[in-house]
Every structure is written in structure tokens, then in C-alpha cells.
Design a protein around this ligand. Structure first.
Ligand SMILES: C[S@@+](CC[C@H](N)C(=O)[O-])C[C@H]1O[C@@H](n2cnc3c(N)ncnc32)[C@H](O)[C@@H]1O
Length: 197
């Protein structure tokens, strides 16, 4: 993990948050119900928007990110616990969660396929997954540009891949996609799906 990236994360995100991300997070995260798992919660930018969740367990492998999220845990309206874990090996029994939330995270997790298999395992049958992710563009030239930029981008932005086809992955793993909404010419997608087991 690049320490500078973690330290500057909220500052770097603020212009995007102001220009729409905050509203997107709010509209997505407020749908989380029951026992909720959040994957790679970072500095806790989603924490203010949980309304109906009974309990949120957030996993975040980076200690400095976890530390920076503490004020948002304290200020949240629902009970949130942040623990150290990676999404590829979730320390929870099968069928533990009603909702799984992930924002801007499937781009960074080293093995996103394994992570999605784990998410499917711990999510209850008919449980929901709520994602907000940037994805590989469906454009013949721009997607090549994303492929070309990704090796450098990954180094600068803490392992972030610009070119992951996350929507395809979610369907491939066995979730039924029920809603997709695109932003910035579909560079960013809100994806809601249910777990068909
Ligand atoms: C771009 S940040 C997004 C943080 C937050 N979800 C948000 O929306 O602001 C990506 C996060 O994924 C976390 N991460 C990296 N590898 C991970 C893994 N294997 N499992 C879970 N989270 C991981 C990083 O530590 C970082 O906090």
C-alpha cells in the first residue's frame, strides 16, 4: 500500500465526492438492510449513509485506512465494526450477510474473481449486493487506452486497475443483476444484484 495514497485519499476524492459520488453513495448505501458486510471500506466514506442496516461489519486490510475511518464509525447512525481482512479469504461462515456493499474496490482487490466467489459464499440466498465501481469501457479505442494506462495507474494508485469488466464478473459468479446505472459515459456503474444459490 502506498502510504501517500492512503494519507491523501479523502483529499483526492473530495472533488469527485462533491461532483456526485457522495449522492451516488448515499442512494446506494441507504438500501443496505439487515446484517451488512462492506468490502474494503477505506476511510469510511460510505459510513454516514447507512440507515436501515442492523449491523455493519466492514473489512479493510490497510491499517492506516482503518484508523482514518474511526471518526466515521463513531459518527454513524448504525453499529459499525471495522476489521482487518482481505476479500479473497473472508473470515465468516457461509450465508452470514443479508447485504454486501462495495464501492470503488473491485478495481483494487488483487484477485477480484476469488473475492466475488467469497462474497457469494458469505451472502445469504437472495441476499443483495450493492456496488459502485469504475469499469472497462465498452468502446473500441478507449478500452485499449485503459489497458495501456493500467500498468502505470496501478503503481500510482495503490493497485487500482482501470480495465476490469466488473459487471461481467458479477454475472459470471452467479449473481442475478437487477439494476445497472451508468455515470460519466458508463465509466462508473452502480450495480445491484441478488444472490441466486
Ligand atoms: C480505492 S479504495 C476505496 C475505499 C472505499 N471503498 C471508498 O469507496 O472510498 C480501495 C480500498 O480497497 C482496499 N483493498 C485492497 N485490497 C483489498 C483486499 N484484498 N480486500 C479488501 N479490500 C482491499 C484498499 O485498502 C482500499 O481501502
Amino acid at each position: 500500500m502506498c502510504k501517500w495514497f492512503t494519507r491523501l485519499y479523502d483529499t483526492l476524492m473530495e472533488p469527485l465526492e462533491r461532483r456526485g459520488f457522495r449522492e451516488i453513495r448515499k442512494n446506494l448505501v441507504r438500501k443496505a438492510e439487515g446484517k451488512v458486510l462492506e468490502i474494503g471500506s477505506g476511510t469510511g466514506l460510505n459510513f454516514p449513509f447507512y440507515e436501515k442496516a442492523e449491523q455493519v461489519i466492514a473489512i479493510e486490510p490497510e491499517p492506516l485506512m482503518r484508523e482514518k475511518s474511526i471518526p466515521r464509525v463513531t459518527a454513524a447512525r448504525v453499529r459499525i465494526e471495522v476489521i482487518s481482512a482481505g476479500a479473497e479469504d473472508l473470515p465468516f461462515p457461509d450465508n452470514s450477510f443479508d447485504t454486501v456493499v462495495g464501492t470503488l474496490v473491485l478495481c483494487t482487490i488483487p484477485d477480484s474473481y476469488k473475492a466475488m466467489e467469497e462474497i457469494r459464499r458469505v451472502c445469504k440466498p437472495d441476499g443483495k449486493v450493492l456496488f459502485f465501481e469504475h469499469v472497462r469501457l465498452n468502446h473500441p479505442v478507449l478500452c485499449r487506452l485503459q489497458d495501456w494506462l493500467t500498468p502505470v495507474w496501478k503503481r500510482l494508485c495503490d493497485g487500482c486497475h482501470l480495465n476490469r469488466n466488473t459487471l461481467e464478473l458479477i454475472g459470471q459468479i452467479g449473481f442475478e443483476v437487477i439494476r445497472v446505472e451508468g455515470y460519466a459515459r458508463d465509466l462508473f456503474l452502480v450495480i445491484e444484484a441478488t444472490n441466486k444459490k
